[in-house]
Design a protein around this ligand. Structure first.
Ligand code: C5P
Length: 401
């Protein structure tokens, strides 16, 4: 999955202990296909060596305005002209102040001033330094100048204090960079997605669930958020991290998922039902743990049917454009087409082949009023991007074709 293939990123490090996180960020960016040109301030080289970042980025690191390797001796122009974006991580108090006031007294600050590409800044500092009115004023000035300020995070700090100022984790910075570059097919749209399994309790310690990992639904939530949508992800029990920029609501049972979906679907533009919802629940949940009987008779359960969440959202008078999933063991095309009509949804995505629960890859076909579109087998992140692109074209009033 080369989500940043073809992108050229200048990654600027300034002085701060969070420099150690940028080794991992460099790795994530290069693994995703980006060309990463590292530039370090003098102070940054006190925290991590240029050798480490050269090894991870596969390119020589620049630290000086007077670098004889650049034939015209104008690294500030050459490096910034190649870039699709400049990312400053970590961004120190001092460097944020320099950017806000337009100082250019070293290579990194000079190439920021000379840039003709977007600038993303990832602050990292002690909480008092971040809260200082001067820093806040400078960060606000950057925002007003169109610079993206990512974070900071809150929590324990290297200095031993706790508060705002921690640098975002490398995975979060990576996700924000991917989101920044993604085409905005769903800009301003409100999207609701169900994902993962449900868990239907039998007693306080047991229940009925299924093997859904939530990976496909979470990947779609991430792709929708990257496309500019305001995303609500209603998730059954799963250990997955919440994607960058997504609002998540955790639920356990099908009934809770139904209630949460109906509460957020009114007025939404798009609803995607990816969750593997239990078809039945136990009618009477025991308040105490059910004990084995002396004669070995197993317990008997009465089941009731759960509500069909997708069908309920599709019935809403002011409802969103609805997308369902179908996992069929045979005759996918006929069964998926029939399910699309039965559930009264305009678009259905069918899993081709055996169930892919928990896997990173999948193969799907799309069923809508234009017929069948088969997508090549791919990892779920790639598929999610393709699916969101396809769905965005089908939304009422879409400007994409
Ligand atoms: O009817 P079937 O379970 O095959 O339909 C699958 C689709 O319906 C999926 O999109 C799933 O998320 C959705 N569904 C639902 N509520 C249910 C059962 C399925 O939203 N109770």
């Amino acid at each position: 999955m080369a989500e940043l293939a073809g992108k050229h990123i200048v990654l600027g490090l300034t002085g701060g202990i969070a420099c150690y996180k940028v080794a991992e960020l460099t790795r994530l960016l290069t693994k995703a296909g980006a060309t990463v040109q590292v530039v370090m301030t003098e102070a940054a080289t006190q925290f991590i060596t240029p050798v480490t970042l050269q090894a991870l980025s596969g390119r020589p690191v620049y630290t000086s305005q007077w670098d004889a390797r650049v034939p015209n001796n104008m690294p500030h122009i050459d490096l910034s002209r190649e870039a699709d974006a400049i990312v400053i991580a970590p961004a120190s108090t001092d460097f944020i102040a320099k950017l806000a006031h337009g100082f250019a007294d070293d290579l990194l600050s000079t190439l920021c001033i000379a840039r003709d590409c977007p600038l993303l800044v990832v602050p990292a500092m002690n909480r008092q330094m971040w809260q200082n009115p001067a820093t806040q004023r400078n960060a606000n000035q950057l925002r007003a100048d169109g610079v993206r300020v990512l974070g900071p995070d809150a929590g324990p700090q290297a200095c031993g204090e706790v508060g705002d100022g921690r640098m975002l984790e490398p995975a979060a910075v990576y996700s924000a960079i991917v989101a920044f570059f993604a085409p905005k097919h769903l800009d301003g749209k409100r999207v609701v997605i169900t994902a993962g399994p449900t868990f239907e309790p039998i007693d306080p310690v047991r229940g009925i669930t299924n093997l859904s990992s939530g990976k496909m639904g979470f990947a779609l939530a991430r792709a929708a958020a990257n496309s500019g949508a305001d995303v609500t992800l209603i998730a059954g029990p799963t250990a997955l991290d919440t994607p960058w920029g997504v609002w998540r609501q955790d639920v356990q049972t099908a009934q809770q998922m139904h209630d949460a979906a109906l509460a957020s679907a009114s007025g939404a533009d798009l609803f995607i039902a990816v969750a593997a919802v239990a078809d039945w629940r136990v009618a009477h949940v025991s308040e105490r743990k059910i004990k084995k009987t002396a004669d070995g008779t197993p317990p008997a359960f009465e089941f009731v049917e759960n509500p069909d969440i997708l069908a309920a959202v599709a019935r809403l008078p002011d409802g969103p454009y609805c997308v369902g999933f179908a996992a069929e063991s045979d005759d996918l095309d006929a069964n998926a087409a029939a399910k699309r009509v039965r559930k009264n949804v305009p678009l259905l995505i069918g899993n081709v082949g055996p169930a892919t629960f928990g896997r990173d890859e999948n193969e799907v076909a799309i069923y809508d009023e234009h017929g069948i579109t088969r997508l090549p087998r791919a990892d779920k992140t790639t598929l999610a991007t393709l699916l969101i692109e396809h769905i965005a074209k089908r939304l009422p009033g879409s400007l994409f074709s």
